[in-house]
Design a protein around this ligand. Sequence first.
Ligand SMILES: [Zn+2]
Length: 212
Amino acid sequence: MTDDEIAFLYRALGRHRLTEANTGNVSARRGAGMAISATGIRVDTISAADIVTMDFAGNFDGATLPSSEWQMHAAIYQAAPEARVIIHTHADAAVALSCLDEGLPPFHYMLAEFGGPDVRCAPYATFGTAALAAHAARAIAGRSACLLAHHGMICHGPSGEAALTNAVKLEMLCRQYLLARAAGPVRCLSEADMQAALARYATYGQQPGRQA
Ligand SMILES: [Zn+2]
């Protein structure tokens, strides 16, 4: 993705009400490193000048500092080769659920879209630390998203559009789960139900003759 496309993706988070003010950050894999939104940028004013190209050890050129959460992005790119774009936000429902120190159980078949029967919640650690990065990389392993306790969500995808779709769907599912919890005890789907959904997703949404 170009710097312009990364800035556009960040602004799209605002349009989808997934981020406000200067919370959240986005990045795209670039060469042996990544391009990530700068620290302190705002969703309403971000531009290509606010994107920092850096390696996974924290080295970058220029005077613009990368997001304070660059280590979390770097850890996930290094652990998950399929991750091309990463989105981190403080979206309302994801934050609310993360404050219960809980992820999403298999209450809805769409959980399978994230690669398994659940979406985990990484334990709390101070923002911007290597400890948080390690927790997030562990919680997201084998999935394309996880929650971060008392903080928010992080997700990845093979493209900007796919990562944005993941973020929108994760926030929607967190909202729906909290609604169900408020209505009564939630009955989760069985392991067999989730395995069937995972198998179904292997071919879902693909038009004949088109690349997935
Ligand atoms: Zn954050």
